[in-house]
Ligand binder design. Structure first.
Ligand code: C2E
Ligand code: CA
Ligand code: CA
Length: 400
C-alpha cells in the first residue's frame, strides 16, 4: 500500500508546525494535514473521503487527550497506523503503544519530543514494511479444506523456500531456514499462513514435515557437494514434539542422507512447551543427545521467562521480528531487546535476529552483539536454485 496521507494532532502549535515541516520534507508526495486538538483531529478523521494512512498523535492534550483519541481511532476504525509522540517518559509512551496495539492498531514508532528526522523517517519506513506482508496475505482469498491439503501432499505440491542467515562476525552466509510454500495448481505460491494451522488441526503436520525434510535434505546434500558449509534449519510444529517416535525417525532419515545431525537445527516456538511439557522436553532432549541443534523460535512473542528458557535444551535463541521492527525508533523496545540479547549471551546461547529489514535495525542488533541476521535486509526466502546462486554471489561480493 502506498503512503498517501498523514494527519498530525498536537495542541502545541510550535511542535505541530515542526512535525508538519518535517513530514513535508521527508514525504514530498504525501498530503500532510494537522489539527491543534484531539477533537478537531477526530472530526477530520471521521469526515475524510480517503482513509488516513498514519496519524501522528501527541499524548498530552487538553479536553480529549491522546489516549482517548487513540481509543476512538481504534474503535471506529478511522486509521490503521499510528506514530505516538510525547515529552512524557519513554515508559509511558511505550505503555500507550502496547494499549494501541492490543486494540488492533499498528504503532510505527513511539517517539520522544522534540521530533527528530531520523527517527521519524524510520517510523515511516516501518509503514511500508508493516503493510507488505498483509497485502501478500490478502492477495488470495482462499479457505483451505482438508481434502485440498491431502491432495497437495499426495501430489507433492509443498516445497521449501530458503532464507539466508548471515553471520555478522565475518559477513558469511552460515545457513538457511527452510520455509514451507504451497505450489497450488489454482492459486500459485501460497505462504504457510494458508495451511500450517489447518495441517496441525487435521493431524497432517507430520506428513508435511517429513515431506519437506526430504526435500531440504536433498538440498543440503547439494550444498555439501558444492562445498557450501551451510547449516539447515527446519521448523518443527509443537504437535510433532508429542510424537515419541519422531526423534528416531528423523535420526535414521538424516543418517540415510549421509548428513550429520550437527549440520541441522530444529526450530520450535516457546509455545511448544505449553502442551505436554514432559513429552516435548523428552523429544527435544533426545534430539540434542543425537547431536541436532535446537533453536527457540519467535522469542519475545510468548511468555517464557528466563528460568523456563534455561530448562529447554536449546542452544540458539531467535529473536522475533516484533522485537526488531522499528527498534531504532522505539526506545523502550530497544532496552527490552538489549536485555534479551544479554540474557541469551549469559545463558551461552547463539542469537539470531529475525526480520531485520533496515540498516538502522541492523546497526542496533550488531551493537548488542547478536551473532546472526535473518531478514529481508540480506535476503528473502527463495526457491532452492535461486538461493544457491544467491549464496555464491554473496560470497563473491563480500570478498571484494
Ligand atoms: P518463522 O519460523 O518465524 O519464519 C520466519 C518468517 O518471517 C517467514 O515467514 C519469513 O518469510 C518472514 N521474514 C523473514 N525475514 C523477514 C523480514 O525481514 N521482514 C518480514 N516482514 N518478514 C520476514 P513465512 O515464510 O511466511 O513463514 C511463516 C511461519 O510459518 C514461520 O514463521 C513458521 O512458524 C511457519 N512455517 C513455515 N514453514 C514451516 C514448516 O515447514 N513447518 C512448520 N511447522 N511451520 C512452518
Ligand atoms: Ca522459524
Ligand atoms: Ca521466527
Amino acid at each position: 500500500m502506498k503512503l498517501s496521507n498523514v494527519l498530525i494532532v498536537d495542541d502545541s502549535e510550535v511542535q505541530c508546525q515542526h512535525a508538519v515541516a518535517l513530514c513535508r520534507e521527508l514525504l514530498p508526495d504525501v498530503t500532510v494535514d494537522f489539527s491543534f486538538s484531539a477533537g478537531g483531529g477526530l472530526t477530520s478523521l471521521r469526515d475524510q473521503s480517503t482513509p488516513c494512512d498514519i496519524v501522528i498523535v501527541d499524548l498530552e492534550m487538553p479536553e480529549m487527550d491522546g489516549v482517548q483519541l487513540i481509543n476512538h481511532i481504534a474503535s471506529e476504525g478511522l486509521c490503521g497506523a499510528l506514530i505516538i509522540v510525547s515529552a512524557k517518559p519513554p515508559s509511558l509512551i511505550a505503555s500507550v503503544a502496547v494499549m494501541a496495539e492490543s486494540e488492533g492498531l499498528k504503532v510505527l514508532g513511539s517517539l520522544q519530543k522534540p521530533l527528530d528526522t531520523t527517527k521519524l523517517l524510520s517510523a515511516f519506513k516501518a509503514f511500508k514494511n508493516i503493510c507488505s506482508p498483509s497485502e501478500e496475505r490478502a492477495a488470495v482469498n482462499y479457505t483451505v479444506t482438508t481434502k485440498d491439503l491431502m491432495r497437495g501432499i499426495s501430489k507433492k505440491e509443498f516445497v521449501s523456500f530458503y532464507q539466508p542467515k548471515v553471520r555478522l562476525f565475518d559477513m558469511s552466509v552460515c545457513g538457511a531456514e527452510a520455509l514451507a510454500r504451497w505450489q497450488h495448481s489454482d492459486y500459485g505460491i501460497l505462504s504457510p499462513y494458508y495451511f500450517i494451522d489447518q495441517m496441525e488441526k487435521k493431524n497432517l503436520i507430520d506428513a508435511l514435515t517429513f515431506q519437506l525434510l526430504d526435500l531440504s535434505l536433498e538440498c543440503k546434500q547439494r550444498w555439501n557437494a558444492a562445498g557450501l558449509p551451510l547449516e539447515l534449519s527446519i521448523n518443527l510444529s509443537p504437535y510433532s514434539l508429542s510424537n515419541t517416535g519422531f526423534t528416531d525417525w528423523v535420526y535414521d532419515h538424516v543418517s540415510a542422507f549421509n548428513i550429520s545431525p550437527e549440520e541441522l537445527t530444529f526450530e520450535i516456538t516457546e509455545n511448544a512447551l505449553l502442551g505436554d511439557l514432559a513429552k516435548a522436553i523428552q523429544t527435544l532432549a533426545r534430539l540434542r543427545l543425537k547431536g541436532f541443534n535446537i533453536a527457540i523460535d519467535d522469542y519475545g512473542t510468548g511468555f517464557a521467562n528466563a528460568e523456563q528458557l534455561s530448562r529447554i535444551p536449546a542452544t540458539i535463541l531467535k529473536l522475533d521480528r516484533s522485537m526488531i521492527a522499528g527498534v531504532d525508533s522505539k526506545p523502550q523496545l530497544e532496552k527490552v531487546l538489549h536485555s534479551t540479547v544479554k540474557l541469551a549471551i549469559d545463558l551461552g546461547m547463539e542469537t539470531v535476529a529475525e526480520g531485520v529489514e533496515t540498516e538502522a535495525e541492523l546497526n542496533i542488533v550488531k551493537g548488542f552483539g547478536v551473532d546472526i541476521i535473518q531478514g529481508y535486509y540480506f535476503g528473502k526466502p527463495m526457491p532452492a536454485d535461486e538461493f544457491e546462486r544467491w549464496t555464491v554471489d554473496f560470497g563473491k561480493t563480500s570478498e571484494t
